[in-house]
Design a protein around this ligand. Structure first.
Ligand code: SAH
Ligand code: SF4
Ligand code: F3S
Length: 374
């Protein structure tokens, strides 16, 4: 029996697919090379932008024929998109041939659900469940090993669906993380360890006693062995001097900081509920560059947030010109149902969003060209 997992979205999802693969292998399934030869196909979905959801729907729809040919094929849709009850229900009614629809909280129930389907039951499940520390991972990212340090997000940036589909911030214990990393290092197959969290800088605030992200990094760097440790994503509002000092002083920590700014304009940042100003952001960048030579800094930007004016967009371009990032991701704002920004007046037309995203990317290319030359 073979399985095939299709992953959409961020590194968190890539890593969760490694957990799904681990669970399926423990059940006796083998990794298949393609959808066509699979007995069970899992779509691990993303809800961050409309485009991400559309791709999932298209690909699930395309399986109808395969299911007709092979009645025993089991189709599972899970992840952020189906954590939303409305979307899960809609998916079940549009594609009745899908066997299991679950959210982000119920991956550990997968074996029971699959056995139930084999006994002729269809299933949907998305209520909040626990996180099972004992589930196996099948690491699939070559020399890089992902390590989740926390789940969820408390920030509620007004455009973002993540807090709704991943729940509140929940840090793993430092002990569990260190044990996992020691095991990875002992295996000797991985040169790089990447710590994952939606907002790694708030790691440990919910633990008793509290542990700072800087302390966690320091303790990880103290583990004997030949490896490099990186992390994503940092939120500017909680990036501490202590953290900058730890990165500067520990050679095992990667000199690579992804620090999403989202916008260069203070009114828009406030509407986004990012809780920092352009000035504070630039201050952090300055500190990082002073203390960590040769650091790579990257960022994400959203253009066409509701009510964003041309002048405000120009402030974003200015910020990019000022920081001279090593690279950036630029996204057109995509309204997500249930978020605060989706209900704001002054939604921007697609035409304007396209124009702004193109200008932002053009500027990035120009800066990279100049930097490469120098
Ligand atoms: N936790 C990370 C980001 C996770 S989502 C952080 O806070 O930085 C990755 C990126 O997707 C975000 O940085 C943002 O730029 C983009 N994004 C999130 N929601 C979006 C939306 N509704 N429309 C367009 N881009 C969005
Ligand atoms: Fe979304 Fe903001 Fe949380 Fe990042 S910090 S996941 S953008 S709500
Ligand atoms: Fe997408 Fe969920 Fe990640 S919405 S970006 S897969 S946390």
């Amino acid at each position: 029996m073979k399985y095939f997992v299709v992953t959409y979205g961020c590194q968190m999802n890539v890593h969760e697919s490694e957990k799904i693969a681990g669970i399926l292998e423990k059940m006796g399934y083998e990794c298949g090379q393609s959808r066509e030869e699979a007995d069970i196909i899992v779509f691990n979905t993303c809800a961050i932008r409309e485009g991400a959801e559309d791709r999932v729907l298209g690909n699930v729809g395309a399986l109808k024929k395969q299911k007709k040919r092979n009645k025993n094929l089991i189709i599972v849709v899970c992840g952020c998109m189906t954590q939303k009850e409305i979307t899960a229900k809609k998916l079940m009614s549009t594609f009745p041939f899908v066997d299991i629809v679950i959210g982000t909280f119920n991956i550990s129930s997968l074996p029971d659900l699959i056995n139930n389907v084999k006994n002729g039951r269809k299933l949907e499940l998305w209520e909040e469940g626990g996180i099972d520390e004992t589930l196996p991972y099948k690491r699939t990212s070559g020399e890089n090993a992902w390590v989740n340090i926390m789940q969820g997000c408390n920030n509620f940036c007004t455009y973002c669906i993540v807090p709704y589909v991943r729940g509140r911030e929940k840090s793993r214990s430092e002990e569990a993380i260190l044990r996992e990393i020691e095991e990875i290092v002992r295996e000797g197959k991985y040169k790089k360890i990447t710590l994952l969290g939606q907002n790694v800088n708030s790691y440990g605030k919910d633990l008793m006693p509290q542990v700072s992200f800087a302390k966690l990094l320091k303790d990880i760097a103290a583990i004997q062995g030949d490896f490099e440790v990186g992390f994503m994503t940092s939120h500017p509002k909680d990036l501490t001097d202590e953290l900058i000092d730890v990165i500067a002083s520990e050679p095992k920590i990667e000199r690579n900081i992804h620090l999403p700014a989202q916008s260069g304009d203070n009114r828009i940042l406030k509407l986004m509920n990012r809780r920092y100003t352009r000035e504070h952001y630039l201050d952090i960048i300055r500190k990082i560059r002073n203390k960590i030579p040769k650091v790579r800094i990257t960022s994400d930007f959203i253009v066409g947030f509701p009510t964003e004016t041309e002048e405000e967009f120009l402030r974003t371009l200015e910020l990019v010109r000022e920081v001279r990032y090593d690279s950036i991701f630029a996204f057109m704002y995509s309204p997500r149902e249930g978020t605060v920004a989706s209900k704001m007046e002054g939604q921007i037309s697609d035409e304007v969003k396209h124009d702004r995203v193109n200008r932002l990317l053009k500027l990035e290319k120009q800066i990279q060209k100049e930097d490469n030359k120098s």
